[in-house]
Design a protein around this ligand. Structure first.
Ligand SMILES: [Zn+2]
Ligand SMILES: [Zn+2]
Length: 171
């Protein structure tokens, strides 16, 4: 495997209609913003498998890679260890209408870097958490509830009306 690939020229594969080939690429994964937090891949360069098949008029493409993201748990803000498996497909069929054009393909130049970035963002779970049962932070004092005792509770803030009553009683 050579160096990093940002744009891959599919013409290099010299595929004729019906033929397909797999190539292994090193793709750069840019840090991404998600839910107001920043996540970056532990290995900035990631091995990705690109499957390219020539159709009658275009290409059918599949990109697969794994990523190990580092960044905070969205509930407790401790480090979350998030492994994502990306399996993305694109079809490019010139003449088949806009739905069948891939935004990552210009002629035979495939923008694997942008595709990998978008596919990773789409593969993220709804919420990144350090573990499924993370209890998050206490809404009142901010303590990490994963470390707090199970009976962590706060007295209810006194109702100001009762405070007035107390005054009356003791005067
Ligand atoms: Zn957590
Ligand atoms: Zn608390």
């Amino acid at each position: 495997m050579a160096g990093r690939t940002d744009v891959f020229d599919l013409a290099r594969l010299q595929l004729s209609s019906g033929q397909g080939r797999r190539v292994d690429l090193l793709v750069e994964l840019e840090p991404l913003e998600f839910g107001g937090q920043r996540y970056s891949s532990q290995t900035r360069l990631t091995e990705a498998a690109l499957d390219a098949a020539r159709t009658t008029a275009g290409y059918s493409l599949r990109l697969r890679f794994g990523a190990h993201l580092e960044g905070p748990c969205m509930r407790c803000l401790e480090d979350a260890d998030t492994r994502i498996h990306v399996d993305a497909r694109e079809i490019d069929q010139p003449g088949g209408g806009d739905d069948l054009r891939s935004p990552y393909l210009a002629g035979e130049e495939l923008d694997v870097r942008t595709w990998a970035r978008d596919a990773l963002a789409l593969a993220l779970p709804a919420q990144i958490a350090c573990r499924e049962e993370c209890r998050g932070l206490c809404a009142i004092c901010g303590e990490n509830l994963n470390d707090a005792s199970p009976d962590h509770v706060h007295e209810r803030a006194p109702d100001p009306r009762f405070a007035e009553l107390d005054k009356l009683r003791f005067e």
